[in-house]
Design a protein. Structure first.
Length: 242
């Protein structure tokens, strides 16, 4: 066996080549093991994210996906007034922009999720339809709300802007010129990265419709605000008479 000579501290030693190769091989394997072990340890230290947020409080909405947040904002049946306890549109949400974006055209830009639910009275004379859109940020929601304002103000042959109760960061209320929708009012509420719309129909007349809108939109605005604060929306209209 060929020997290789090393000099350390003035002393010369001979080491067999076979021993040297084996020693280097063992050292290299151990180094790879340590490297893999370190990599595994580092990867396990990363926090798991849900819906784009790290960790999150189980009771809040910040850790939920955008679609789940939209669904949480929409009022469930038990939070509706006794007169509106019939479901007209099943509660649902999805992680995408609304499929219909023509009125107004800019409402889908920057949207990442949406949801909808509707309720009516037993005789179908009254109804409330809720819709919410989640945007990627507050700026996108603000641009969409501006598009809503422009639509309402510049389409006088279709809608009429009305004075309504102020809600959220901004709000807008309007009625319809079409005979088929003369008893319907729409409220649009912007709250941070959310825009919620509420359609209220009451065949009793404009006065009754406005009273219903005032009560129901106030509760809806509170649910939007609660979501903005990373709280589980809990505001209820169960006590409201419509």
């Amino acid at each position: 066996m060929t020997a290789v000579r090393f000099t350390t501290g003035g002393t010369t030693r001979a080491v067999g080549v076979g021993v040297l190769v084996l020693s280097l091989a063992l050292t290299g394997c151990e180094g790879k093991k340590d490297k893999k072990r370190g990599k595994h340890k580092a990867s396990s230290s990363h926090s798991r994210t849900v819906g784009g947020a790290s960790g999150g409080r189980a009771a809040g909405t910040g850790s939920l996906s955008a679609a789940r947040r939209a669904e949480a904002i929409l009022p469930p049946l038990g939070t509706m007034p006794a007169a509106l306890r019939h479901v007209s549109t099943e509660l649902h949400s999805r992680a995408k922009a609304p499929s219909v974006c023509k009125d107004p055209g800019g409402k889908c830009k920057g949207a990442v999720a949406n949801g909808r639910v509707g309720y009516r009275s037993g005789d179908k004379s009254e109804g409330a339809g809720y819709d919410v859109i989640v945007y990627k940020n507050a700026r996108a929601a603000e641009r969409a709300f501006t598009a809503w304002q422009s639509y309402a103000q510049n389409n006088k042959h279709e809608v009429t802007v009305l004075e309504g109760p102020p809600h959220g960061d901004a709000s807008l209320m309007y009625g319809y010129e079409s005979p088929a929708r003369t008893n319907t009012l729409t409220m649009v509420i912007r709250q941070d990265q959310y825009i919620g719309t509420l359609d209220v129909r009451d065949t009793s007349g404009p006065v009754a419709g406005r009273a219903d809108m005032k009560a129901l939109s106030e509760v809806y605005a509170k649910r939007l605000l609660q979501a903005t604060r990373d709280e589980t929306p809990s505001a209820t209209a169960a006590h409201v008479k419509v």
